[in-house]
Ligand binder design. Structure first.
Ligand SMILES: *Cc1c(COP(=O)(O)O)cnc(C)c1O
Length: 394
């Protein structure tokens, strides 16, 4: 039976390769960090979501081990049967405190948080108004819900207003956006979104996966940045980026929404409870972030330093409000050549081109971390300058 579909799959795979879109996974033989090893080569990593440098932080590693000692390895249950331990409740409480929200629900991943957030609270009588550049998991979540769908151009408030007018036809409305868009590093204009939501009677949801820990004076995300705490109804986020980089997602916000998600959200109800090691490290992460702003300050300093030096070297950098720095090259092939040459220089970055970014908008995306030292940043800038001159970019 496999015969016919096998051929079809092989053709599809060949098609992906022919289009130059086949993803080869680079194998890393060290823990995640700034200095990593791949293919026997030592490189400096500038492409992880390790914004606060916590991926291999000794305090989190120890907290994960300690939590396994006290709470075991797995829970062998979903939350509502016998999979809720005291540490799950503690982590949920700490996340609520961090964001200044009423309650929090944990998921195994933010992908699940976004996948399970719409369907329980909205019906075909309601409307979801979604930014065109929202993450795949939001798009999938919207697909799983029967609400009417509206889409507005990326961060375009005039278009959002148009869509909100159209959506007055429905009973309830929700505006959904990423906090930081991962290809440009721009922050969604949450103050204006909140205003429009008020004017057109809509809820607001923001996915803070790339913004939490990064954006705002102390890294507490877009509600801090725009001083709109209490005006955002739903925040989703991940423990897989700034907050330690292990895995795990959450939805935090209005208590009735969270309460209903515990009753009805399918990825929560029908998927295993988060293991103790992840929960323990998560609690430690928020303890660290509550007690000091040092990592966030370092991240901001590093990003400013890097952007300024790259601009002075002559590179075309997209204005960023996060730790994502898009070095614009415009040409797809150049982005791949440049990334390969940089790797030879010991700098690990990724070149992105269509369809991940719009046509003629190819770029190298650099992600800065609090764990980068000035020497790391200087090495990266030097390598960019050397390769950039060689390839005629600067
Ligand atoms: C990374 C990311 C996710 C998925 O997070 P996981 O916890 O890894 O599933 C969801 N939304 C956005 C905007 C992201 O950047």
């Amino acid at each position: 039976m496999y015969g016919k579909i096998k051929e079809n799959l092989q053709q599809q795979l060949q098609g992906i390769k022919d289009d130059g879109l086949y993803k080869n996974e680079r194998v890393i033989t060290t823990p995640q960090g700034i200095e990593i090893e791949t293919n026997g080569q030592q490189v400096l990593n500038f492409c992880a979501n390790n914004y606060l440098g916590l991926s291999n932080h000794p305090r989190l590693v120890q907290a994960a081990k300690d939590a396994m000692d006290t709470h075991g390895f797995g829970v062998s249950s979903v939350r509502f049967i016998c999979g809720t331990q005291d540490i799950h409740k503690e982590l949920e409480k700490r996340i609520s405190e961090y964001f200044g929200t009423e309650d929090t629900i944990l998921y195994i991943a933010a992908f699940d948080a976004n996948g399970g957030v719409f369907e329980p609270i909205l019906t075909e009588d309601d409307a979801i108004i979604s930014d065109a550049l929202n993450h795949a998991s939001i798009i999938d979540g919207v697909r799983l819900c029967k609400a009417q769908r509206y889409r507005y151009k990326n961060a375009d408030m005039a278009d959002l207003e148009e869509q909100l007018k159209l959506a007055q036809a429905q009973r309830f409305r929700i505006i959904v956006t990423d906090g930081v868009f991962s290809m440009d590093g721009n922050v969604a204009p949450m103050d204006k979104i909140a205003e429009l939501a008020e004017k057109y009677d809509a809820l607001v949801m923001v996915d803070e996966c790339h913004s939490a820990g990064v954006v705002g004076n102390t890294g507490r995300g877009v509600t801090e940045q725009f001083n709109i705490r209490g005006k955002i109804d739903i925040i989703t986020g991940t423990l897989g980026k700034a907050f330690g980089g292990g895995c795990g997602g959450f939805t935090t916000g209005r208590k009735e929404i969270i309460e209903l998600l515990r009753q009805r959200s399918r990825p929560y109800l029908f998927s295993n409870s988060m293991p103790a090691a992840i929960v323990g490290a998560g609690i430690e992460t928020f303890k660290m972030l509550e007690s000091s702003n040092e990592l966030h300050d370092k991240l901001m300093d590093n990003t400013q330093y890097f952007v300024k030096a790259m601009q002075e070297a002559g590179f075309d950098i997209k204005p960023t409000q996060s730790a994502i720095v898009a070095v614009m090259l415009y040409d797809a092939k150049l982005s791949q050549t440049m990334a390969a040459e940089l790797l030879n220089e010991g700098i690990y970055v990724i070149g992105f081109y269509f369809p991940v970014v719009p046509k003629e908008q190819a770029r190298i995306r650099v992600q800065v971390s609090a764990a980068h030292s000035k020497e790391h940043l200087d090495k990266c800038i030097e390598a960019f300058t050397k390769v950039g001159k060689k390839l005629g970019v600067i």
